[in-house]
Design a protein. Structure first.
Length: 120
């Protein structure tokens, strides 16, 4: 991902294990969810650092995007923002759940969890 160069910030990827996703449509949806979350973190949250993680947890594959930005406001003026709708749509298409929450210390965490039987 070229986000570090585009936004002049730190963007890291961490994977605990080697995870093979053979379905290119599934991989594309996960990539686009991460891309949207990273773009939102830098453009709207003014984050200086984003960490993207991919891990197997029990019976799921979890894509996690954490940032140190402003986080989501307590009251969203437009709960159906285009980026949120796109991420939710993509998660639904692949049978995944999507959780977006404001971190207590600041920033946002986005978690897209997919049952392991759908990932492989």
């Amino acid at each position: 991902m070229k986000a570090g160069k585009i936004f002049d910030v730190s963007c890291q990827f961490k994977a605990e294990n080697t995870i093979s996703i053979h379905d290119t449509d599934l991989a594309t949806h996960l990539y686009r969810i991460a891309q949207e979350a990273v773009t939102h973190a830098f453009k709207h949250g003014h984050a200086r650092r984003v960490v993207i993680g991919l891990a197997c947890c029990a019976d799921k594959v979890a894509l996690t995007i954490q940032d140190d930005g402003a986080g989501f406001p307590e009251q969203l003026h437009n709960k159906e923002g285009m980026g949120l709708r796109i991420m939710n749509y993509r998660a639904n298409v692949i049978g995944a759940s999507l959780d977006i929450k404001k971190n207590p210390g600041g920033g946002t965490t986005v978690v897209c969890a997919l049952p392991l039987n759908l990932a492989g």
